[in-house]
Unconditional design. Structure first.
Length: 431
């Protein structure tokens, strides 16, 4: 097959998220037999193409790069370009139905299958008969109060008519874009049974049209040889956020890796940490992620206020922000436990990563985490549950080691080689 892949997610912040990770890992973990059997065409915006390609292992791969067309639309007259903004907003919405003009029929010539890892991106106009669309989640639509509020929610919160209409339009646009993409794609590949159920229930997709393929997980070779890193801690002071070096003692910290959005109940985690310290446990809490570069950078006012109003053990509350793969591997491997107080996940990659590194996991029960981790993690329902499970791990090292061993064995079945075989099996031409 000649397989086209839209790599433009790697030219945006999506490169640091699940979409970027799955795109990179699909290519970087192709087996030799697949490299010999298939050719690849990568679609990129010309600006920044080299940086995106540098993330990929292209050794032995037969590929070419085709640059997306630059669409130069003139501004229309109007106050501060308002007319233009409205016109091109509407035009962009119609392009979801007709197809992305940045990838034209000539550029698609010779391609057997086209892979789009970003479910929100426009599909090419002439590729719908052989496009595979990867489905990640519908969290912004499902958890509407935290992401895409309904007209009714905004009204209940005291929003005026203008705010209510804006909310209605944003929610409608999100639904429209994804529903159009789902209808235009030939193959739908969901990252979990939970994601599949959401698309069937909300978008009324025929379940037989959705194939579930779990992502794989990466573990660096020879983790034990990684020198204990020095991290950059983003500490709150009277002058704002101050960066300072930090070293961590193994098995003396709880770890969280991910975003700071509301469904991840980080206030619960910090409350649990404060409670554990108050009970005499001399441990730290380490928060890792793009959005976790200090208290001042947090988007959620509630969490920011909570930390400032409960500063008792702030000296051992560490915001590390983004870390590289070697640093992240060290953090996973040496954590007392990985904690995920999330009420909803599409898949839960960080849980799987922690398990693969042999780290005990304390998680809130949600369908995707149960699907992926099963009973190889310990579950909690609130901050006191996190406290209780942490104290059990501290008091019973044998139980902690047993849990970590079982988790690692379970995670070992989630390989990218297996994932890629399943993807290629879904999209291969049927004889």
């Amino acid at each position: 097959m000649v397989i086209g892949i839209d790599l433009s997610p790697l030219q945006s912040l999506l490169r640091f998220q699940g979409i970027g990770s799955q795109t990179i890992n699909f290519i970087n973990n192709l087996e030799q037999k697949d490299k010999e059997a298939h050719q690849f065409v990568f679609f990129l915006d010309e600006e920044g193409a080299a940086d995106a390609l540098s993330l990929l292992n292209l050794d032995g791969l037969s590929y070419e790069v085709r640059h997306k067309s630059v669409l130069d639309y003139p501004l229309l007259p109007g106050t501060l370009g308002l007319t233009s903004k409205v016109f091109y907003k509407i035009r962009g919405m119609f392009q979801y139905m007709s197809g992305d003009p940045a990838i034209n029929a000539t550029q698609l010539r010779g391609i057997s299958r086209f892979l789009q890892f970003d479910q929100n991106h426009k599909l090419p106009k002439h590729a719908h008969k052989h496009t595979a669309l990867f489905l990640h989640d519908l969290i912004p639509y499902i958890l509407e109060a935290d992401y895409l509020k309904t007209y009714t929610t905004v009204k209940r919160e005291g929003g005026d008519l203008k705010d209510r209409v804006k909310a209605l339009l944003r929610r409608s646009q999100y639904f429209y874009k994804i529903s159009i993409n789902v209808k235009r794609a030939r193959f739908l590949i969901a990252n979990s049974e939970q994601t599949k159920k959401d698309f069937v229930k909300i978008l009324h997709v025929n379940p037989r049209h959705i194939h579930v393929v779990h992502p794989g997980v990466n573990v660096l070779d020879d983790i034990e040889s990684i020198t204990p890193p020095t991290f950059i801690d983003h500490t709150l002071s009277m002058w704002g956020t101050v960066k300072q070096p930090l070293t961590l003692d193994p098995k003396q910290y709880l770890l969280y890796v991910g975003g700071a959005d509301p469904r991840r109940k980080l206030i619960d985690l910090i409350a649990a940490y404060n409670n554990l310290r108050a009970r005499g446990h001399n441990i730290s809490l380490v928060l890792v992620g793009e959005e976790l570069s200090g208290v001042e950078g947090l988007k959620g006012p509630l969490m920011k206020a909570y930390i400032k109003e409960n500063p008792s053990y702030a000296d051992n509350l560490h915001f590390l922000g983004f870390v590289d793969e070697a640093q992240k591997a060290w953090l996973y491997t040496n954590a007392l436990a990985f904690t995920l107080p999330s009420i909803y996940e599409g898949f839960g990659m960080t849980t799987l990563e922690a398990m693969a590194h042999g780290t005990p996991v304390i998680a809130y029960r949600n369908a995707a985490t149960i699907e992926v981790a099963q009973e190889n993690v310990t579950y909690a329902t609130d901050f006191l549950g996190i406290v209780h499970q942490t104290e059990k791990l501290l008091a019973h090292p044998d139980m902690s080691n047993k849990l970590a061993h079982a988790a690692k064995n379970h995670a070992s079945s989630f390989t990218w080689a297996k994932t890629n075989d399943q993807i290629l099996s879904v999209i291969k031409p049927k004889r």
